[in-house]
Design a protein around this ligand. Structure first.
Ligand code: COA
Length: 396
């Protein structure tokens, strides 16, 4: 596609405007998440992200996102108990995962295993509230188990079973690292899940809504969103942040790195966001979480580089509205929690499944299948010619 075709254009035939990437084009009404990118405010169902990250749990926030209200104590107990009961995955899924290549990316493993759940729970009763509840419970419960299982399988080990005495986040870290983590580490991980659970119509959520609009099953909805999240323009920037910090190496090298990036128009990873013109509120909370972790378990040596980069870039990128985003400090937190770098995006998926499912439900509540239009730029009225008479290769 030429550069001209990714700029905003007017379709002269219909008078409609083509906005590449649908930038600024509303595609739905939604009451799930609100972003004020000028003030740096983010809320889920009207509750500020700061308050949820401080006081809620990931499972409570998931319930809030999906059903629109905070659960009462009984509803929360029931939801937690149901999720705990469905954490195990069938031996058939585990056996299937053992056939995946150990060198495959964990996001591809997750997409395949999430899609496979549709084979086991294939009844598409999407107008049945019990079916919706059960599907939510299964997906929230089993996705962490599948992420942790692939990590052990690719090391040549058998996955370990979930532990019923451990809460959601503590259990995931246990299944992943094979040891029970300090409660502070588990709580900080749970807060990270809250921060990543929802962020309006990003690419993977839009993908989830498009898939949902066909009335297919929720496992296909989540598998499609996982595939979309896997791309480097969406999930994955936090891996690049760590690589960048390591390349910079020391706070003394930050200024020269920034000079070079700005002169050569290189993106500084973990900076900038389509929605925010100020520091992403999630980045501020993640920075606090990183400091809390470092105070207990020792500092990541790249933290000083990160802080210097944020300070130095304030005067150089700040005037353009470019500040740290959610990915800037999350990699440092995940590394301290013992999460391997190529699992950062699958961990993002564990959390974002809550938002995808909230959008799935909302889409079903007022559905019209997505079917946008296009501006045709190809050839017209051509005649088929026999292969022996062709002088040029079509499509070359
Ligand atoms: N470092 C340096 N300059 C940046 C930048 C960054 N991280 N992000 C944006 N800019 C600059 C661009 O170079 C461009 O400058 P110009 O107008 O002088 O050409 C301008 O800001 C607009 O950038 P653009 O890429 O069009 O903004 P966008 O809204 O489409 O992109 C991102 C948003 C997130 C894709 C982009 O900021 C980015 O690539 N960031 C780095 C990757 C990252 O952290 N992604 C995680 C997002 S949560």
């Amino acid at each position: 596609m030429s550069q001209a075709q990714v700029r905003e254009t007017i379709n002269e035939a219909s008078g409609t405007v083509f906005r590449p990437g649908l930038e600024g084009v509303p595609v739905t009404h939604s009451s799930i998440c609100d972003i004020d990118g000028l003030q740096g405010n983010l809320s889920y169902r009207g509750y500020s992200i700061q308050e949820l990250a401080a006081k809620s749990t990931f499972l409570e926030t998931t319930y809030l996102l999906i059903w629109g209200e905070l659960p009462n104590p009984q509803q929360l107990r029931d939801f937690e108990a149901e999720v705990q009961m469905h954490r195990r995955v069938s031996f058939r899924v585990r056996d299937m995962m053992k056939c995946f290549p150990a060198t495959g990316h964990p996001m591809d493993a997750l997409q395949s295993s999430a899609a496979s759940l549709g084979l086991f729970y294939s009844r598409r009763a999407i107008d049945n509230p019990q079916y919706i509840y059960d599907a939510v419970v299964r997906l929230i419960a089993k996705i962490p188990t599948m992420v942790a299982a692939f990590q052990l399988i690719r090391k040549g080990q058998d996955p370990i079973q979930p532990r019923d005495d451990l809460a959601y986040s503590a259990n995931f870290l246990y299944m992943l690292t094979e040891r029970e983590q300090d409660p502070l580490a588990a709580r900080i991980f749970d807060r990270c899940l809250i921060l990543h659970a929802e962020h309006s119509l990003n690419a993977s959520t839009f993908s989830a809504r498009v898939t949902a609009s066909t009335l297919t099953d929720p496992y296909a909805v989540v598998a499609s969103a996982v595939g979309t999240l896997a791309g480097p323009l969406h999930g994955g920037a936090n891996e690049d942040v760590l690589a960048m910090l390591e390349e910079i190496g020391s706070p003394n090298n930050v200024s020269a790195y920034l000079d070079d990036a700005i002169t050569n128009k290189k993106k500084v990873m973990g900076f900038g966001h389509r929605e925010y013109r100020v520091k992403d509120p999630r980045a501020s909370i993640l920075q606090d979480l990183a400091e809390e972790l470092f105070a207990r378990f020792g500092k990541d040596e790249m933290y000083d580089v990160a802080r210097e980069l944020e300070a130095e870039s304030a005067s150089r990128l700040g005037p353009k509205g470019i500040f740290p985003n959610v990915d800037f400090y999350s990699g440092l937190v995940y590394r301290k929690l013992g999460i391997p770098r190529d699992l950062f995006t699958p961990v993002f998926a564990i959390s974002r499944v809550a938002g995808w499912l909230a959008h799935w439900r909302e889409q079903l509540g007022a559905n019209r299948i997505f079917r946008p239009s296009q501006i045709y730029t190809g050839s017209k009225s051509r005649q088929w010619i026999a292969p022996s008479e062709r002088t040029t290769t079509e499509g070359s």
